[in-house]
Design a protein around this ligand. Structure first.
Ligand code: CP
Length: 303
């Protein structure tokens, strides 16, 4: 079967470093546009998104076009899925149109893995349920490396709805390959004890102050209301205990950075003054999303 990208779990440290190196090459210099190349001229990628997305879908589309490929985007609401077509029938239909790769987001964990077993086309996972979001972890790693010069030897606090977060799982997988210390933090209902077994070097706490103390990176996560089956915390109560405010950052290292994969909810997981502060790397992450996805598409389709 052709190799796509299903998860960080399948990549070793050397492969991750090679993607990050290549992504650096695609980063824009100061206010210039992203670099252009025609390495994928004549190739076609299909963005198939069964869940909402702003950042991932748009940046994959831009990345494909910057490399000279044609890109088509399909969302569940605009496709025949809304008329009852099954996932397999939709994918077989798209495969018959001979795209060179399918980039897929789906609410079911493992959906891209299932398709990768049946379709003779590389599948790139753009987020599957609560399982993995590999290109998010790669762009987060690039952002950390840009700011800190390294990923090794850092303390990274990941705070919020860890239980439902594919971003947290992919980041933990990646950071563990670099021996990074990872602290997962949130209310007990959103940070169950089994998460400590995700990888070596992972610890859990329900105290935001403990998580942030001496952190180099504070990564905030959205509360994924769409994946919760029980009544959620009211926003004000959640913010009181787990929302990041400027005063919390006094506990972190003096040059600590704040990250968030987006979409952000101001007043729930972080305050506006944190989101808009010089510590916030939220828009750097978005920018790095294009560079990383160019590196991933080139790696998969550029041979
Ligand atoms: N970070 C992320 O996956 O954002 P989108 O849901 O907007 O793609």
């Amino acid at each position: 079967m052709p190799a796509g990208l299903l998860g960080i779990e399948e990549l070793d440290r050397t492969e991750i470093e090679s993607i990050l190196e290549r992504a650096k090459h695609f980063q824009p210099i100061q206010s210039q546009a992203f670099k252009k190349s025609d390495v994928l001229r004549g190739r076609m990628v299909v963005n198939l998104f069964f869940e909402a997305s702003t950042r991932t879908r748009t940046s994959f589309e831009i990345a494909a076009k910057r490399l000279g490929a044609d890109a088509v985007s399909i969302t569940a609401s605009g496709s025949s899925v809304s008329k009852g077509e099954s996932l397999v029938d939709t994918l077989n239909t798209l495969a018959a149109m001979r795209p060179d790769a399918i980039i897929m987001r789906h609410s079911a964990s493992g959906a891209p893995h299932f398709l990768a077993r049946y379709l003779p086309i590389p599948i790139i996972n753009a987020g599957d349920g609560t399982h993995e979001h590999p290109t998010q972890a790669l762009l987060d790693a690039l952002t950390i490396r840009d700011q800190k010069g390294t990923i090794e030897g850092l303390r990274v606090a990941i705070i919020g709805d860890i239980a439902h977060s594919r971003v947290a799982r992919s980041n933990v997988q990646l950071l563990a390959k670099f021996g990074t210390e990872v602290v997962l933090c949130g209310p007990a209902s959103l940070v169950p004890p089994e998460l400590a077994r995700l990888a070596a070097g992972v610890t859990l706490t329900h105290d935001i102050h403990e998580a942030i103390r001496d952190a180099d990176v504070v990564m905030m996560l959205r509360v994924q209301l769409e994946r919760q089956h029980e009544a959620a915390f009211p926003a004000s109560e959640y913010f009181r205990f787990y929302g990041l405010r400027l005063e919390h950052l006094d506990l972190a290292k003096p040059d600590a950075i704040v990250m968030h994969p987006g979409p952000i909810n101001r007043g729930r997981e972080l305050s506006s003054d944190v989101a808009d502060s010089h510590r916030s790397m939220i828009l750097n992450q978005v920018e790095n999303g294009i560079a990383v996805r160019m590196a991933v598409l080139e790696r998969i389709l550029g041979q």
